[in-house]
Design a protein around this ligand. Sequence first.
Ligand code: URP
Ligand code: ZN
Ligand code: ZN
Length: 460
Amino acid sequence: MSILIKNGRVITASSDSIADIFIDGETILSIGKNLDVQADEIIDATGKLVMPGGIDPHVHLDMPFMGTFSSDNYETGTRAALFGGTTTVIDFVLQTQGKSLQSALQEWKGRSDNNCLGDYSFHMAVTDYNEDTKKEIQHFIEEEGIVSFKTFMAYKGALMIDDRQMIGLMQEVKKHGGLINVHATNGDMIDFLIAKHKSEGKLAPLYHYLSQPEITEAEASGRFADMASYTGCPGYIVHLTCEGALNAVRNATRRNQKVFVETCIQYLILDASLYEQNFEGAKWVMSPPLREKKDQATLWAGINQGLVQVVATDHCPFMWEQKLMGKDDFSKIPNGHPAIENRMELLFSEGVQKGRITLNKFVEVSSTNAAKIFGMFPKKGTIAVGSDADIIIIDPNQTHTISASTHHMNVDYSGYEGWELKGKIETVLLRGKVAINDNECKVQKGYGQFIKRNKVSQII
Ligand code: URP
Ligand code: ZN
Ligand code: ZN
């Protein structure tokens, strides 16, 4: 099967020109003006923007968490991702403390194998680093193609590791060419504040926010960067939200170390005033919480300064019924919010259309940088000869409105209900196949492939 995309404005992280793209099978065969080729299908992209498919390196599908499971499984989550122009996601396998990394991987494969519509990969979350875990690291990087290891500096008792474990893991991961991801907040400070608020009878969602002040994130981000500098291990801070934490990274970059930063779409466009509305605020109970307007400004600036390389989602949806688990106690509200379907169009509308970022920057932070940092470039993350034909076609002038009544995520509310967006992703190709067109999904579960990734030391 061959496809010719004609006359689109083709944007990559570093180029912008009107061109045709000829796709043969799963990959791009040629790019140029007025290509003289025969194709099975022609897509006229005149007046449209043609960009690499989005990569969301931070999603939680069908994940056991806080006494329940995130409500999108691999089928519904990757389908919704495709509708929103995200062709590849990276999900998280969570080690159970006391058990092996491999047993967790087998459990996650049981839920994901043959169920994805879009391409996917895994980060391995190490929640119990010991002599046995240490022996598994090389195998994950070299055999499983899982080169990034997630760590939590919070969620004590379930996911958190201490600094001794962190240093040991960093040394082992660096030795084999991998990367450490981190949820960088000070778990002990947060636990202290949660207990304090509960003892004072302060139980509303607002106190979730007040239990995780900026200092808890700034301190942990700085500490993580210091440990990464000491060990020489590349680091990646997930869901960074605020000025204090970004300043800690700014200092680290002065030492010329590799500490990459991801923020998420919600931290760029939503703020903590949403917690001031009784239990409704539970829709945005996530960790870290939404911050202040001044933090949004810092994050947009950080993107343009090159300090923030990735805009992800931390997609971790829960039905309203599940959120109600914390009706009388904010600490029992499952943490997370849905965005896998909305990230690309929100970033385009709020970022590009409002003049905050350029089109090239949009491609960089929604796709290319994640592919590079996580060892998938240039197979993924760009439009180039030989790359996978993962392509989105955007009509920049079409407006539409976000609503839970029309979205495809398996969740019964939207954190962005009624938001009007300018720019619609009309067509999505994944490995040379039209996956989305005219608001219809054209691929079945099982089409999505597990992407084995390369050692990051070979790319960054
Ligand atoms: O609130 C969040 N972020 N839920 C998912 C787990 C995590 O910390 O990323
Ligand atoms: Zn986290
Ligand atoms: Zn997360």
